[in-house]
Design a protein around this ligand. Structure first.
Ligand code: ATP
Ligand code: MG
Length: 561
């Protein structure tokens, strides 16, 4: 570490006062935009972080600037490389590239030297009080704090004790380093905030090199400053920290990064605190961080959400100055809007009812041409096999239909998507009266959209051919919580009391044969059902699909074309 003649580390040589002023001036008004995304590697990123990522990287992109990725790894107790790797994967997947990759732990030596400098200036002291004593001594919003009995230690004693803290001579909690500001300050955070605590814990990057760790407030602004970040964007709850952020930077006379706050993203029917998400994982309420019911980026990726949809969502949500809760349906809208343009259509039956077409020759089959994506001509067409036995959706038949029911019913006629018109002639039931099969006839002249006499049939239903269809596991996901705001709990309850017992329903369904080749992560619209994607659990023998999102108007009738 380079040290100038004042004993201050970090600069190659000391600048004269004019150079300092000019350099500061250039650095602060050169019009450069440099942001950063500063996750703590203590969990997987969630959709709230995605908002922050889109904002930080997006601003840099828009204004020709740069955005760093900085791991705010100052709390070794909860952090892990597993999280570092997942965070990098998620940002990359969202489509952003960081200019520089940094770790707050890379600045530990510099931060330590700056703390020494503050002690020298009489602006920091070692406090022997317990955590509890320090807390009580802070006072309250209306009552000023009281000064620690150790507040007026000499510079020499403080330098000695702080060096010995670093050397590992004291146990966890025995001493802390505090900034000497003002115990009566109206902003409680400025009542001699703690800068360092002792933690004899292995750090995922620095190992056992350090046993003192800087607090967020002392580390964050200085890290921004080292990286010459121009706009340090964080969520609203940090606005009360801003004076302290500025105080450290001004006191140290380093690059003047500035903090700006925006409202954090909250979504209905989910929780976003990492502590709560960890609880869901550890208590095995979900199957890991990437369980498609989680709001993490890895989970929604697995569920079939796309980077484009998430970026569009972040754009629509905008940047607010006041906290608000965004309706989950807006996110789903964005997903649907993107998948509608990009996902190919297929047919799949989730709750099968067998239909035998009695006047269709046994053993015969034929192919019908199906459009892959009406929104994208370049997606082309495919061939869908048809035969005497097909599956239709159980909900597409009603024995006693209400008026304006255009699907199948005894004696009613319906269009099979891309194929023939069929008419229900007979309903077969088991001994308990359950409908187990429909016997229908088809109009041989009606293939591919026409009919023999030009009659109009309103209902169109999807289907798969029994001998050609493949069985597949279909996972239908819904909200993880039944309460709009699961954080808002009644007395004696926790957020876990509002879990939706039907957040995942697993079905054995049938898919058209062309889906057998689909790769993990591939997305489709199952016509009339919703958007689905091939899950990571899928194998060629047993394909698994996740419902990404339903269609806006589930089971809406499709007008006969
Ligand atoms: P938690 O409080 O759940 O642990 P965090 O905010 O501490 O989450 P960090 O890893 O520190 O998580 O967050 C990294 C960045 O993402 C921060 O700048 C933070 O402000 C931002 N961020 C976190 N949650 C949200 C959210 N819900 N909406 C917008 N930005 C967020
Ligand atoms: Mg944080």
């Amino acid at each position: 570490m380079a040290t100038n003649d004042n004993g201050v580390a970090g600069k190659e040589r000391s600048l004269n006062f004019l150079e300092e002023i000019i350099e500061d001036h250039i650095n602060s008004v050169d019009g450069r935009i440099h942001t950063r995304f500063p996750p703590e590697p203590n969990g997987y990123l969630h959709i709230g972080h995605a908002k922050s990522i889109c904002l930080n990287f997006g601003l840099a992109e828009r204004y020709g600037g740069l955005c760093n990725l900085r791991f705010d790894d100052t709390n070794p107790v909860k952090e892990d490389v597993e999280y570092v790797d997942s965070i990098k994967e998620d940002i990359t997947w969202l489509g952003f590239r960081w200019a520089e990759e940094h770790y707050a732990s890379d600045y530990f030596e510099q931060l330590y030297q700056w703390a020494v400098e503050m002690i020298r200036k009489g602006l920091a002291y070692v406090d022997d009080q317990s955590q509890e004593e320090i807390r009580l001594g802070r006072g309250t919003v209306t009552v000023p704090g009281t000064e620690s009995p150790w507040r007026n230690r000499s510079v020499e004693e403080n330098l000695d004790l702080f060096a010995r803290m670093r050397a590992g001579e004291f146990a966890d909690g025995e001493k802390v380093l505090r900034a000497k500001i003002d115990m009566a300050h109206p902003n409680m955070l400025l009542r001699d905030p703690i800068m360092y605590r002792i933690l004899h814990t292995e750090h995922h990057r620095t190992g056992d090199k350090w046993c003192i760790y800087p607090m967020y407030d002392y580390a964050h602004g200085q890290s921004d400053s080292i990286e010459k970040i121009t706009h340090s964007i964080c969520t609203l709850e940090f606005d009360v920290h801003r004076p302290l952020y500025d105080w450290f930077i001004q006191t140290l006379g380093i690059f003047p990064s500035h903090q700006y706050e925006f409202a954090r993203l909250n979504l209905t029917y989910t929780v976003m605190s990492k502590r709560k998400l960890l609880q869901l994982v550890e208590n095995k309420i979900v199957n890991g961080w990437d369980d498609p019911r989680m709001p993490t980026i890895s989970a929604i990726r697995r569920k079939g959400y796309t980077p484009a949809a998430i970026r569009a969502f972040a754009e629509r949500v905008g940047v607010a100055k006041r906290d608000n809760v965004i309706d989950l349906s807006l996110l789903e809208f964005c997903v649907r809007e993107d998948l509608n343009k990009t996902a190919e259509r297929r047919m799949a039956v989730l709750d099968p009812l067998k239909v035998t077409i009695t006047n269709y020759p046994e053993g015969k089959s034929e192919l019908f041409e199906a459009v892959n994506n009406p929104e994208d001509e370049s997606a082309g067409t495919r061939q869908v096999p048809f035969s005497r036995e097909i599956y239709i959706e159980r909900t597409d038949f009603m024995e006693e239909p209400p008026k304006k029911y255009y699907r199948l019913a005894p004696g009613a006629e319906v269009r099979l998507r891309y194929s023939y018109l069929i008419k229900c002639e007979e309903v077969v039931k088991d001994s308990e009266g359950n409908v187990v099969e429909l016997r229908c006839t088809y109009d041989p002249q009606s293939g591919g959209g026409s009919s023999s006499d030009g009659r109009r049939v309103k209902g169109v239903i999807h289907w798969v051919s029994v001998p050609h269809a493949r069985e597949a596991e279909i996972r239908l996901y819904s909200n993880l919580f039944t309460k709009e705001d699961p954080n808002d709990v009644e007395e004696g309850k926790t957020f876990l009391d509002y879990l939706n017992p039907e957040s995942v329903v697993v079905r054995k369904g049938y898919i058209e044969p062309s889906l057998a080749q689909a790769a993990t992560g591939e997305k489709f619209q199952f016509e009339r059902v919703g958007y689905f994607c091939v899950d990571t659990d899928s194998t060629p023998e047993c394909m698994v699909f996740n419902r990404t999102v339903g269609l806006k108007d589930t089971w809406a009738k499709i007008a006969d074309k």
